[in-house]
Design a protein around this ligand. Structure first.
Ligand code: NOJ
Length: 736
């Protein structure tokens, strides 16, 4: 008893001693811990989801584990009361009173659903994305959550991969900006505040490169591709101060990421000096057995731990075997201490030792969840996330005095799908559908008539007739097509990326009517929509926009919001073109229509349907030729590039000015262009603005033939423009 009082006094006197650094406080706890208590900090289990409802609570036995100090974290536990109860056990009944950390996948909102991450990335607006994450953190923390398993920063160049929806698309630079914005938004400036949440950069690494786009599949690419394409957003997350990382499921070239010393120790710890902790993905340590690198769970635990996974999510490998691995000296106490230190460090940074219940206030929870402010924030983000892909003869924005509008399609009245995958506690009842959004906008000024036409992926055409009748009597058709929410996300890869079911057939019939057709797409990945692209009068890419979908879409359709989103990922024309991305290599035989032996398909073109960075506005923008501050710089010098952008249209609007660079000759080959900067500017109709970019040496560096990260002297081309294809060029040189 005396000992316990002493320990209690020791920890809490330390926790109030503000002059002590976090490191000292961590060590002061560590020194008291038994081997089993240390291992306990490295164990994470999931609460149990109630089937049918979206609630989850600790499982039987979790209380006892918390009491015995055998668990450091729970995931999928939320709610001020639920978290408080189990936290109470940890901090009042366990020997050392170390608080638990509660993790959850807050991917695009907790209770108030925001646009899916790929939609938010389409805003090319890191400030807005940071704010969105901030709001999500405010809501999630009110419900007891300390830690979100987000941002997902995997670069994805294959739209078949269902998890493309969770990331920021195909580009390392844009992906890095989004990664940093989300980390800052979730974590704020001070993790110890009661409305900041620790972020998790995942899935480290290369998970988006799954062969064939099939989830969990093997990835195999070079060290160069790892460093140039897949790692930069993770590094950006580290630079932004991210507290945790998640090790990925996949292997890269024979080494599963969750057992990769190269990734988890050499790069993350030694090169990047990351001092937070790494959690495995769900049972990714256990999966080292089917991967074929571990003979049993104990061996898997040893491999995962030694590689650098600090916390074991759900595999029980650490729970069952880590103490023994330490007593057998397969793992040193020093290594174990280091992992415990990393976890305690984050708990201290979160302020959990000072107030383990600071996130557990039921009153604050009630006031915060689904607040009006959150709905407003979600609407703002949703409007910024929409990409206009086509607007023939400026058919949009629509006039508000249309007599009858036909609203057709399986996604027009869906309350569930706009929530998108990973919608956490999102509730369909909160969703403003497209139909509702139009009604909100127009009231009874127009007759808005709805017909489903068909389901998302069924094969029945029985609803076509009704839909066509509605169309016949209307002036315009708003056709809402796409995927349902469960067609993208984890384990939701598709072998084809066409519109599912008979939706395209419905579109063909409607187009035949001759009525103007405005397509609103909802989907979690690029789709091959050649027919729509050729035949619809206008297309809005809405992705899954969350609870305010319909209002945001109606604002854009009727010109109350001028769209400014740009694609963060290429839309191919055909599945056979995949992988297709803008920053490809030139090859020794770039496509030449006059030369047979060049790189192309016999039966298809090399060009995308919509290129990376593409998106239209109700304004039109003209670019001057870029002006360079110098034509020649040294390796350590920077260069300024300026361009005048004129809004030549009738509407005030925002434009995303994009800067790409190509290193023309390198000791290793370089992509035909790489995004290196962008600026979102607002221009009144008729206004001209000068946009200036600084090309620092950092933007010219790459991994040379010896894998050194350097600027090589030589000629560089710069491109400035409205997307990755429509650009103006200039040349400069770097001299030794
Ligand atoms: C598996 C997913 O891959 C990961 O992204 C997620 O964070 C965990 N499950 C926890 O739900």
């Amino acid at each position: 008893m005396k000992k316990i009082i002493f320990i209690y006094f020791f920890i809490f006197s330390i926790s109030f001693a503000q002059q002590k650094t976090i490191e000292q406080r961590v060590d002061s706890v560590l020194v008291l811990m038994t081997l089993d208590e240390k291992v306990g900090q490295l164990v994470q289990y999931s609460g149990g989801w109630d089937t049918g409802t979206k609630t989850s609570k600790p499982k039987a036995g979790h209380d006892q584990l918390a009491r015995e100090g055998k668990i450091g974290s729970l995931l999928n536990i939320f709610g001020a009361e639920i978290t408080k109860n189990i936290q109470k056990v940890a901090v009042e009944e366990s020997r050392l009173k170390i608080p638990l950390i509660f993790g959850l996948d807050v991917i695009h909102g907790f209770r108030t659903t925001f646009p899916v991450p790929i939609a938010e990335a389409s805003s090319w607006d890191p400030v807005a994305v940071e704010l969105s994450a901030r709001w999500q953190a405010i809501e999630a923390t009110a419900s007891g959550i300390h830690w979100t398993f987000n941002p997902m920063v995997d670069i994805a160049r294959d739209p078949r991969w269902g998890r493309i929806v969770e990331g920021s698309g195909e580009d390392a630079y844009l992906g890095s900006k989004m990664a940093a914005a989300r980390v800052k938004g979730y974590q704020g400036d001070d993790l110890s505040l009661s409305n900041t949440i620790v972020a998790c950069a995942k899935h480290f690494a290369g998970y988006g490169a799954a062969e064939g786009g099939r989830d969990y599949n093997t990835a195999d690419f070079s060290e160069r591709t790892l460093r140039e394409i897949y790692l930069p957003p993770f590094k950006a997350a580290v630079d932004a101060g991210v507290g945790t990382f998640m090790a990925a499921f996949n292997e890269i070239g024979g080494i599963p990421s969750s057992a990769s010393v190269h990734l988890l120790t050499n790069i993350l710890r030694d090169e990047w000096k990351f001092d937070g902790f790494v959690v495995s993905d769900w049972n990714s340590i256990g999966e080292l057995i089917p991967h074929g690198v571990a003979k049993d769970l104990k061996h898997a635990g040893e491999l995962g731990f030694k590689a650098g996974v600090d916390m074991d999510m759900e595999a029980s490998a650490y729970f069952n075997h880590l103490s023994q691995l330490v007593t057998e000296k397969k793992i040193s106490m020093q290594q174990l201490d280091e992992s415990v230190r990393r976890i305690l460090r984050i708990k201290f940074r979160l302020g959990l030792f000072d107030d383990p219940f600071k996130y557990c206030n039921a009153e604050i929870e009630t006031q915060t969840l689904r607040s009006e402010k959150l709905f407003k924030a979600s609407l703002d983000m949703a409007r910024r996330s929409i990409v206009m892909l086509k607007n023939e003869k400026n058919i949009l924005p629509l006039k508000k005095d249309l007599r009858q509008i036909a609203v057709i399609g399986p996604l027009a009245e869906s309350k569930n799908d706009p929530l998108g995958p990973w919608n956490q506690q999102g509730n369909p009842d909160d969703v403003v559908t497209v139909l509702k959004g139009l009604q909100n906008k127009l009231g009874d000024k127009s007759n808005i008539v709805y017909s489903e036409g068909c389901s998302v992926d069924g094969d029945s055409k029985a609803g076509f007739e009704h839909a066509l009748n509605v169309v016949k009597n209307s002036e315009i058709v708003i056709l809402c097509l796409g995927e349902s929410l469960n067609m993208s996300g984890e384990a939701r890869s598709r072998a084809t990326i066409d519109l599912p079911g008979v939706q395209e057939d419905l579109a063909r019939e409607i187009v035949k009517s001759g009525k103007p057709v405005i397509v609103v797409l909802m989907n979690g990945r690029p789709l091959t929509i050649n027919f729509l692209s050729e035949n619809a009068n206008a297309i809005l890419e809405a992705w899954f926009l969350g609870v305010q979908s319909g209002n945001a879409i109606a604002d854009v359709l009727f010109g109350d919001y001028n769209p400014s989103g740009k694609l963060p990922v290429t839309f191919p024309k055909h599945i056979g073109q995949i992988p297709m991305y803008y920053n490809f290599k030139n090859t020794g035989r770039p496509y030449n229509p006059n030369d047979f032996y060049t790189s192309y398909y016999l039966d298809y073109s090399n060009t995308p349907l919509y290129p990376f960075g593409f998106g239209l506005s109700y304004s039109s923008f003209e670019y001057s030729d870029p002006v360079l501050s110098k034509k020649e710089i040294s390796k350590n010098e920077s260069l300024r590039i300026s361009v005048n952008v004129i809004n030549t249209g009738q509407y005030d609007g925002e434009e995303i000015v994009q800067l790409y660079i190509r290193d023309l000759v390198g000791s290793a080959t370089r992509p035909i262009k790489e995004l290196k900067d962008f600026a979102k500017i607002f221009l009144k109709a008729g206004e001209t603005k000068k946009v200036e970019f600084t090309v620092t040496p950092e933007k010219l560096k790459f991994y040379d033939i010896n894998m050194n990260y350097v600027v090589e002297p030589g000629e560089f081309k710069i491109f400035v423009g409205t997307n990755s294809v429509d650009v103006k060029e200039a040349l400069f040189s770097v001299v030794d």
